[in-house]
Design a binder for this molecule. Structure first.
Ligand code: CTP
Ligand code: CA
Length: 234
């Protein structure tokens, strides 16, 4: 093998990855959405497949991306749809990675017919919370309702006056209760709709690894290195 070959360390591992941004319908033609391109989730799927894993990719809306060879793709629309697919697919997985940008809120009412323009200003759109898929997978595992060896979350954070990106990441890892958290630094021209990413990989075992600025495939490789190590230690 050449020195540039990827390690073949995920053979026999089943991994489930979510990607893209969910779209929450207002009416048959309109939705609430976000700027996620799905590139990070697709890069994770491609690299995992190249390292021998059995990969299921659960994709909401993405840019026009090529489905990586050998990956099982399941398309979803809303957070509710992603939730039911992820809860079913997560069971028995070696790693579940929530790279999707799940909409936190959805319109309370999905109107059956197209909302028409009138002479008046429209009614405000009432929003309700969406299920937190990552938190539900963690809870279901704690309750013994599903088994998944490693549950990995993503967080896109900006620092603020009182806390750094890393502080926000540590707090989110604890709050979400997942095993690992990838923290992306976001801001002007960073993370969304771009090819590169940087940040931190935090583990519930206290490990903190800096992820250098680089291609989303580099971040993916760093994550699978860590996942592979943890799975072989278990
Ligand atoms: N996530 C999820 N379901 C949601 C919202 C988020 O599964 N309804 C997952 C994301 O896929 C990601 C992780 O939770 O892996 C963190 O998402 P993030 O938006 O950073 O965290 P929130 O808990 O929604 O907090 P906030 O947006 O307020 O920072
Ligand atoms: Ca959120």
């Amino acid at each position: 093998t050449s020195s540039t070959a990827l390690p073949w360390d995920l053979e026999g591992r089943r991994v489930v990855i979510s990607a893209g941004g969910t779209r929450e319908s207002l009416d048959p033609v309109r939705y609430l959405g976000n700027r996620s391109s799905g590139r990070q989730g697709y890069a994770l799927a491609r690299i995992a497949a190249h390292r021998g894993a059995d990969v299921t990719l659960v994709a909401a809306h993405t840019a026009d991306l090529i489905t990586p060879a050998g990956v099982r793709l399941i398309k979803v629309g809303t957070a509710e749809e992603m939730r039911s697919v992820m809860l079913a697919e997560a069971d028995g997985a070696d790693a579940v990675v929530m790279a999707a940008a799940v909409a936190d809120f959805k319109p309370v009412n999905r109107v059956e017919h197209k909302i028409k323009k009138t002479e008046r200003d429209p009614e405000p759109v009432a929003l309700a919370r969406n299920p937190d898929i990552l938190a539900e997978i963690v809870e279901a595992r704690s309750a013994g309702k599903l088994s998944a060896s490693l549950i990995v979350g993503f967080a896109a954070e900006t620092g603020d006056a009182t806390s750094s990106v890393l502080d926000h990441g540590r707090a989110k890892l604890a709050r979400k209760g997942c095993d690992m958290l990838v923290v992306n630094a976001v801001g002007e021209g960073m993370a969304f709709e771009v090819e590169d990413n940087s940040g931190w990989l935090l583990g519930d075992d206290g490990t903190e690894e800096r992820i250098a600025f680089g291609a989303k495939s580099l971040l993916a490789s760093t994550l699978w290195d860590s996942v592979g190590r943890r799975l072989s230690d278990q």
